[in-house]
Design a protein around this ligand. Structure first.
Ligand code: C5P
Length: 408
């Protein structure tokens, strides 16, 4: 996805400059044309030669340098970039951008460009928590700047806390996401299910699960951005509906079943990321169940397996399922992908930190019916949504997949 993209990286002066060198190397390997700009303080940590060697291009340091041919360098860099990335971004550069100051090459390129800008802050935890820095971050967020938040851990100064440059794979995910706005799903109709279902026990109680709906909403959002017509059948969640998506709210598995079947014949792709309750109370009491006795038994009956049913009746539709597992992930996923007659199953071990319900990230394996398996690194859910959707055009062609190499 990065082949032919012009990515301009602004490296500012923090110890995480050494990690930016690896990032430049990863980007160059993934086919991007990478140009590096360095502040004077960044050059105290690492010399331009490192970045020049890794990017294969000259490094830009001087606002007033006049390139051969007479171009105005900062305007040229700003206009020819598909993406500007600031990594590491110090409190200083963040403050300058937030205040509209352009007094060196990086801040001037940021001021002059109209391309997306990703800021990856890295600094001491107290600096990061400083209210002025937080105010600047909030104001830049509000202006549409993209961020990859710093991680938590031991900082170079010896302190513990938030401030480490984000994992490079999260930065790569963000870059891929921002640059992957092709309309490759134009003309397709995609149905996504999301969130939990709730199964009433009596008028005040219900059975449900921990699904937040974030994964399904990310898939719906990503599919709509890529040009698909999207209908999102959603259990009760606390999320804003993605722009341009038709949302059909449901409560129970039976309602989700009915809503999905009603639209199934008119869609091309179904991504079933809802955590559908497997069982529901056999009867929902019409009055609140009174407290008596030491134990209470509620008899459950099976809900329909919506996805398995779609697998039996599908014609042209492409089916993508999700499987949250706590053991034998791959074995169970391989069984499920064929038992439910799916084109793709996204399996994740919900016991891993950074995976599963409620988190903003996920660690998934893509399991195909022909036995292929792709282990993806930890990704934010929107990046995973795009990675899943990357498979759709390929699977529809029935062809082999040109796989995303997991980012190292
Ligand atoms: O068999 P398991 O519940 O692990 O399968 C998970 C997949 O099946 C998910 O894609 C989920 O949305 C779907 N499912 C369903 N109906 C159910 C239970 C799960 O469609 N009753």
């Amino acid at each position: 996805m990065l082949t032919g993209k012009n990515i301009t990286i602004g490296v500012t002066g923090g110890i995480a400059v050494y990690k930016a060198a690896q990032l430049v190397s990863n980007l160059a390997v993934s086919g991007a044309a990478v140009r590096v700009m360095m502040t004077e303080s960044a050059r105290e940590f690492v010399t331009p030669l490192t970045f020049q060697t890794l990017s294969g291009r000259q490094v830009y340091t001087d606002l007033f340098a006049r390139p051969a041919g007479g171009a105005v360098q900062h305007i040229d860099l700003a206009a020819s970039s598909d993406l500007v990335l600031l990594a590491p971004a110090t409190a200083n550069i963040i403050g300058k951008i937030a205040c509209g100051i352009a007094d060196d090459l990086i801040s001037t390129v940021v001021m002059a460009t109209s391309c997306p800008i990703i800021i990856c802050p890295a600094m001491n935890v107290n600096m990061y928590n400083n209210r002025v820095v937080q105010r600047n971050l909030a104001s830049l967020r509000g202006l549409g700047y993209h961020f990859v938040e710093p991680g938590v851990g031991r900082l170079a100064c010896g302190a513990e806390g938030r401030g480490r440059l984000a994992d490079l794979e999260l930065i790569m995910d963000k870059i891929n996401f921002i640059l992957a706005n092709e309309k490759d799903l134009q003309g397709l109709s995609v149905m996504v299910t999301a969130g939990p279902t709730v199964e009433p026990v009596d008028p005040v109680r219900y059975l449900t699960n921990r699904s937040s709906g974030k994964m399904g909403y990310a898939v719906a959002d990503a599919a709509a951005r890529r040009g698909a017509r999207v209908v999102l059948i959603s259990g009760p969640v606390e999320l804003k509906p993605p722009a341009g998506v038709e949302v059909i709210p449901v409560q129970t598995a039976a309602e989700m079943h009915a809503a999905v079947l009603e639209r199934f014949s008119s869609v091309d792709v179904v991504v079933m990321s809802a955590a559908v309750a497997d069982y529901r109370p056999k009867t929902a009491a019409t009055q609140k169940i009174k407290k008596h006795g030491e134990t209470l038994t509620i008899e459950l009956e099976k809900n329909p397996d919506i996805l398995a049913e779609l697998g039996r009746i599908k014609k042209h539709q492409l089916l993508v399922g999700f499987a949250a597992e706590t053991e034998d992930l791959v074995k169970n996923a391989q069984k499920k992908v064929s038992a439910k007659n799916l084109e793709l199953l996204v399996a994740n071990d919900v016991t891993l930190p950074g995976a599963g319900f409620g988190t903003d990230t996920n660690i998934a394996k893509l399991v195909f019916p022909d036995g292929r398996l792709i282990s993806l690194p930890k990704m934010d859910k929107l990046a995973l949504a795009h990675t899943i959707l990357n498979e759709v055009p390929v699977l529809r062609r029935g062809g082999k997949v040109n796989h995303i190499v997991p980012l190292s």
